[in-house]
Design a protein around this ligand. Structure first.
Ligand code: PLP
Length: 478
């Protein structure tokens, strides 16, 4: 394929859009410019391939396709069947999974599908059996009452938010925290690592229906074999949310005990983080849960997005290529180089380093809150996000941490030498930023001072780092 094809495709698309609403075409173009110019260290973001992006912009978007391959509630789904079956096949092959459901619109949706499937599989309830889609009209008032009572108060044990767990693992701002009686396992206060004995103890005491593994901000590998043993010892279903590190599983950086797929009953993921696909979610599961998982739409989800499933098929096909394994290894090499560069300069890192795609800096070592550090870095052209650290004294809004990740910069082709330079830029900004005060003289958790000339200088240095690694080099919109 000629490099020109990508330019032509995107330029033509913008021309067509511009004819209807030029401001949208301008915003799309501006987004490319912004993404090209920023040193993106957001651990959950990436850059999907042109093929993946283009697979989403077409007439598949017009099609309703509730149901599953070959069993739709709408006619005329033969082409949707093709792409959904392809995406599922690539997912099964890539991850060695017995079953793949590729309809979830996002990671949160994938988790909801999994929760429903586990409840439906595990909770013994004649009312629930009747409530399955096809019999829902047969339910009496008494059945509904029994259903609510029987499904209610089920227990979930997941990683605590400040140790790096995700909102959907049973926390109040998410429906999972309202559906389930939740308890958390944290990390060892000294090492910052998961203490599996403590998880086992919590499981023995709490006896959860679901044990959840997986995280958004834990910079280490997780031993899923041990977690499965813990789940088995208390009769829990073991679910892993690999949204963040799916790319490392796909690229065989995480294997054996650290690959969740052979150990978990059910695995959920996003497709847009380290996996580098379109925005979306996916569920992989053991055969006994497949039937319930496939009821995701319409039980939990709105109609499938066939254009996104087409893009998932493309991205998963890319992830099956040998070069994706190389990419996944480089993500971790870069993350470790970044961590080492920061440590060498005196930064305090949660767990003292990383063995995945992310690094969590405890910015209290610089006398800052996460909010102040995030803004000061942004002023300097470095895009990160603030994040709680274990036992964070500043709570989930201001926080004491900055989470940085390497999947996006690795896609651009930056390597370990540039990660060391990135560490220098981050460390310089954080050492030169001072916490501000409120009008009454009390310390502010949001205000800060950073010399504007220094911020400009760092922004230019960040741009210099990116210059040899243009984003979407074949796409020229001029
Ligand atoms: N699960 C984990 C572990 C996540 O980190 C995230 C997002 O950050 C999600 C689920 C939710 O994904 P989405 O934003 O696609 O709903």
């Amino acid at each position: 394929m000629s490099r020109n094809a990508e330019s032509t495709a995107f330029r033509s698309a913008l021309e067509v859009i511009r004819a209807v609403e030029p401001r949208v075409a301008d915003a799309i173009g501006a987004e490319l410019t912004d993404q090209r110019e920023s040193l993106k260290l957001i651990a959950s973001e990436n850059y999907a391939s042109p093929a993946t992006l283009l697979a989403m912009g077409n007439w598949f978007s017009d099609k309703y396709a509730e149901g599953t391959v070959g069993r739709r509630f709408y006619a005329g789904c033969q082409n949707v069947d093709t792409v959904e079956a392809l995406a599922a096949e690539h997912a099964r092959e890539l991850f060695g999974a017995a079953h793949a459901y590729v309809q979830p619109h996002s990671g949160i949706d994938a988790n909801l599908v999994a929760f429903w499937a586990i409840l439906a599989d595990r909770v013994e309830s004649p009312a629930l059996r009747k409530a399955q889609v096809r019999q829902v009209n047969d339910l009496t008032e008494a059945d509904w009452f029994a259903l609510r009572r029987e499904l209610g108060n089920q227990r979930m044990l997941g990683m605590s938010l400040d140790a790096g767990g995700h909102l959907t693992h049973g926390f109040r701002p998410n429906i999972s925290g309202k559906m389930f009686d939740q308890r958390s396992y944290g990390t060892d206060p000294e090492t910052g690592l998961i203490d599996y004995d403590r998880v086992a103890e919590a499981a023995r005491e709490f006896k959860p229906l679901i044990l959840v593994g997986g995280y958004s901000a834990y910079p280490r590998k997780v031993n899923f074999r041990i977690l499965r043993e813990i789940a088995d010892s208390v009769g829990a279903t073991f679910m892993v949310d690999m949204a963040h590190f799916a790319g490392l599983v796909a690229g065989k950086v995480f294997t054996g005990d650290f690959d969740p797929v052979p150990h978990a009953h059910i695995v959920t993921t996003t497709t847009h983080k380290s996996l580098r696909g379109p925005r979306g979610g996916m569920v992989l599961c053991q055969p006994e849960l497949a039937d319930q998982v496939d009821r995701g739409c319409p039980m939990v989800l709105g109609g499938p997005l066939p254009h996104v499933m087409a893009a998932k098929a493309v991205a998963l096909a890319e992830a099956r290529r040998p070069e994706f394994a190389d990419y996944a290894q480089r993500i971790v090499d870069n993350s470790q180089a970044l961590a080492e560069g920061l440590l060498r300069r005196g930064a305090k890192l949660v767990t003292g380093g990383t063995d995945n795609h992310l690094v969590l800096i405890d910015v209290s070592g610089y006398g800052l809150t996460g909010r102040q550090a995030e803004q000061a870095l942004l002023d300097s052209g470095i895009v990160t996000n603030r994040n709680s650290v274990p036992q964070d004294p500043n709570g989930a809004w201001y926080t004491s941490g900055i989470r940085i990740g390497t999947p996006a910069l690795t896609t651009r082709g930056l390597g370990t030498a540039e990660m060391d330079q990135t560490a220098e830029l981050i460390h310089t900004v954080l050492t030169q930023t001072t916490a501000g005060a409120n009008a009454d003289g009390t310390p502010s958790k949001a205000k800060y001072t950073l010399d504007a000339d220094l911020a400009d200088k760092i922004s230019r240095q960040a741009a210099d780092l990116l210059a040899p690694h243009p984003l979407y080099p074949a796409v020229d919109l001029t």
